[in-house]
Write a protein that binds this ligand. Sequence first.
Ligand code: DGL
Length: 274
Amino acid sequence: MDDAPIGIFDSGVGGLTVARAIGDQLPRESLHYIGDTLHSPYGPKPIADVRRYSLEVLDTLVEQGVKMLVIACNTASAAVLRDARERYDVPVIEVIGPAVRTAIATSRSGRIGVIGTEGTIGSGAYQDMLGIAPGVQVFTAACPRFVEFVEAGVTDSPELLAVAEEYLRPLREARVDTLVLGCTHYPFLEGAISYVMGPEVTLVSSDSETAKDVYRELVGRDLLAGPTARPHHVYEATGADTDTFTALANRLLGREVRDVRLVRTGAIDLPTIR
Ligand code: DGL
């Protein structure tokens, strides 16, 4: 048993979809969430920068005593997964593996689409993991403006639908039967994405799948919060404008995320990756 919080992070509000799913499935757990709003968005940035920012946030969470790390961001997962598992003693959960497993189990035709940020799609992480499954064909599309819409709190505008039509057209033409929402911001756009793709295409998002991994890992390692645990949720952001983060989190989650605190992540020394 361990009453320490679960550390969760994303570049902004997207990871709150994962935090929400973890909170729903594990209501006795304390959560410590950091949105790296100072460096958001991660998607268009070079992978080496995303790696540095991500490890800075993860170090901060570990220094604050979390019992588990959840990288609730696909771009960061693609950039740091291997480093993170070697760097920390606590278990590290990421979002790509759970979505890949579910997509493979869901697809009937083997024609699987993946959408994500430029960083995630460019990293080839989904293509590599899905591509080794027998009978699977992978079709991808980067959707850079989707994160902008979510961070602006826009989930239902005609402009969003027009952009979605354009981004998703190649995947419709490829007749995918399953579409992985490979960015934790995208569950907020499920309505628009499903409207464009049509009801026969199954959307797979990492939030609930990742929460199942968190559950499994906590039980397996005997790390669940004890029976007398008093859960508390801490939300922090690295960008100065914590009010905007709070307002957006409330708008998107439909429930209160109070008292978002400002946090500074420390600079770290990293060998350059080749
Ligand atoms: N939510 C992040 C992800 O899952 C990306 C958002 C960003 O571009 O910062 O990839």
